[in-house]
Ligand binder design. Structure first.
Ligand SMILES: [Zn+2]
Length: 275
């Protein structure tokens, strides 16, 4: 019985034997300890994972112990078995040990047909902590591409709805209010008025400093404000109604990207009432 059990361990399999009552004994025995009857001789593969039923913690391992760090001797009922196997559980912190804990075997790299072919059992991994970085590349759609090509030339492109006469910037293909197609683009100036703003105290790679201000800016001639950074002015001086103008990066550095606009800076004109 034990010879078969150990031979199977060498192949990284754990087997038990079935009793006449249909129970699976692991490790296998020649006689059913409950009835004294000989077992059937039918071997059954179990585990390899199992559940800890009880344990004893060993804070200071001795020379003959399977691990050189604190561990627990545990009774482990392998999946499919009706009896528990004694083995070492390497759980690190004893606080992690509990009855019902799921464990998996760690196999020795050099199996020899011994119980030590299982180096120990370790807690089942139920979660992991991992640092993930995901980079996105945004593919501009038809209308956004037209707008960004304008930005590359240093121009804000909007569109006027023929039906309601509203001017939208960035340019869009249809009017969200009427649903009508907007056939043509319209060049807008790079000046406007702050309608509302927020002072941000968390750093952002696009922002000049902390705190920085992001604002909704109503470009002159537009009916919809667009969001942008405000620069060249202390955050506490930014206000609603303030007149601003885009600060562009030098022409040679421009691409079809919003990064062409550093930020909007105050023009020094008088504020606008109720923008
Ligand atoms: Zn419209």
């Amino acid at each position: 019985m034990i010879g078969r059990f150990l031979s199977e361990l060498r192949g990284r399999r754990i087997v038990g034997v079935r009793t006449k009552e249909g129970k699976v004994l692991v490790p296998p025995l020649e006689y059913d300890p409950a009835t004294g009857e000989p077992v059937t001789g039918e071997f059954v593969e179990v585990g390899p994972a199992g559940t800890v039923t009880t344990w004893a913690f060993v804070p200071e391992p001795g020379a003959g112990h399977p691990l050189d760090r604190p561990f627990a001797w545990a009774l482990i009922k392998l999946d499919g078995a009706d009896t528990a196997l004694v083995h070492a559980v390497d759980a690190g912190d004893p606080q992690r040990l509990r009855a019902g804990m799921r464990v998996w075997p760690v196999w020795s790299d050099h199996p020899a047909g011994q119980i030590t072919d299982i180096s120990c059992f370790v807690p089942e991994v139920t979660d992991i902590v991992v640092n993930v970085r995901t980079e996105y590349r945004l593919q501009a759609g038809g209308a956004l591409r037209v707008f960004l090509e304008g930005i590359e030339r240093g121009v804000f492109l909007g569109g006027r709805c023929d039906t309601c006469a509203k001017v939208y910037v960035p340019y869009r293909l249809t009017c969200p209010e009427c649903g009508n197609a907007i056939p043509e683009t319209l060049e807008l100036p790079d000046t406007g008025t702050i309608t509302t703003f927020a002072i941000n105290n968390l750093p952002d790679p696009r922002a000049p400093e902390v705190p920085f201000v992001s604002a909704y800016i109503l470009l002159d001639g537009s009916d919809i404000p667009m969001i942008a950074l405000i620069g060249d002015v202390p955050a506490h001086e930014v206000r609603q109604g303030m007149r601003v103008k885009a600060v562009w990066v030098p022409e040679l550095e421009r691409t079809a990207s919003m990064a062409n606009i550093r930020w909007f800076a105050p023009t020094g004109e008088h504020d606008v009432e109720r923008p």
